[in-house]
Design a protein around this ligand. Structure first.
Ligand code: SAM
Length: 227
C-alpha cells in the first residue's frame, strides 16, 4: 500500500494537513533535542522507525547534530527518502527493515522516534517493546501519531474530514483511494492518548507523558527506558 502511494505521499501529507504535519514533526525534533544533554548531541544515535520518505529523519538532521538512522520496510518510500537526503546534503542511512524485528543490538540508541508509523504495525504492543529493546537506559521514545480530538465538536469535524473529504482527494491525487480509506480506519482502531500512554508503561517505559497537538488530532507521547 505504501509503495503505491510513495510518489505522492509527501505532497498529500502537506496538502491534506495544510502543512501542519511539518509543524508536528518540528515539535518532535524540538522535544527530542531538548532532552538530550547538549554535550552529547554530536555523539547521540537516533533511530527513526517507519521513516517512510524521511521527513522526520530530515527534520532531526536539520535541527541538530546527532547521528540519525532511518528504517522502513517499504523500498519505494526509502528511495524517496534517499533522494531528499542527497538534496539536503545529509548522509542519513535509510535502511530497509521491519519495525517488528529491528536489525540492531539491544541498547543501541539514545533516542528513537516513530512518526505516524506505530498505528500501522501488526502489533502495537510488540512494536513498543521492540523500540524499548533498542534504546539505551535513559533513552527516550517519541511517538507522533493521530489521536482522539479532545472536544466533541472537533471530533465530529475531524471525522467528517477524515472519512468523507480525505479519501476523495487522497484517492484522486494518489490513484489509491484504498490507502486513504485505510487511514481513517486505522486511526479509529488506534488507542487514544491515555490508552497509548498506559500501553507504553505496561511495555516497560517510565515517565510516560503526552502532549496533544491541534486539540488532540495528533499527540506526541514520550517515554523513558528505565536503567
Ligand atoms: C504513514 S507512513 C509514515 C512515514 C513517516 N514516518 C512520516 O512521518 O511521514 C507509515 C510508514 O510505516 C512504514 N511501516 C509500516 N509497517 C512497518 C514495519 N513493520 N516495519 C517498517 N516500516 C513499516 C510504512 O512503510 C510507511 O512508510
Amino acid at each position: 500500500m505504501f509503495g503505491n502511494i510513495a510518489a505522492r505521499y509527501d505532497l498529500l501529507n502537506h496538502l491534506l494537513s495544510g502543512n501542519i504535519d511539518r509543524r508536528w514533526r518540528r515539535r518532535v525534533a524540538k522535544s527530542l533535542y531538548a532532552t538530550l544533554p547538549s554535550e552529547s548531541h554530536r555523539t547521540s544515535r537516533i533511530l527513526d522507525v517507519a521513516c517512510g520518505t524521511g521527513d522526520l529523519s530530515l527534520m532531526l538532521f536539520e535541527r541538530g547534530e546527532a547521528r540519525i538512522i532511518g528504517i522502513d520496510f517499504c523500498r519505494p518510500m526509502l528511495e524517496i527518502a534517499n533522494s531528499k537526503a542527497l538534496k539536503k546534503g545529509s548522509s542519513i542511512p535509510f535502511i530497509e527493515g521491519d519495525a517488528m524485528e529491528l536489525p540492531f543490538a539491544d541498547r543501541a540508541f539514545d533516542a528513537a522516534t516513530i512518526g505516524f508509523g506505530l498505528r500501522n504495525l501488526a502489533s502495537v504492543e510488540s512494536g513498543i517493546k521492540e523500540l524499548l529493546r533498542v534504546l539505551k537506559p535513559d533513552g527516550k521514545l517519541f511517538v507522533l501519531e493521530f489521536s482522539k480530538p479532545c472536544t466533541p465538536i472537533l471530533r465530529s469535524l475531524f471525522k467528517v474530514y477524515f472519512t468523507k473529504v480525505l479519501p476523495v482527494f487522497g484517492g484522486l491525487i494518489s490513484g489509491s483511494r484504498g490507502a486513504y480509506e485505510y487511514l481513517p480506519d486505522s486511526v479509529s482502531h488506534f488507542p487514544d492518548q491515555e490508552k497509548l500512554a498506559s500501553m507504553m508503561t505496561e511495555a516497560g517505559f517510565d515517565e510516560v507523558t503526552f502532549e496533544n497537538l491541534c486539540g488532540g488530532i495528533a499527540a506526541l507521547h514520550i517515554g523513558k527506558r528505565p536503567d
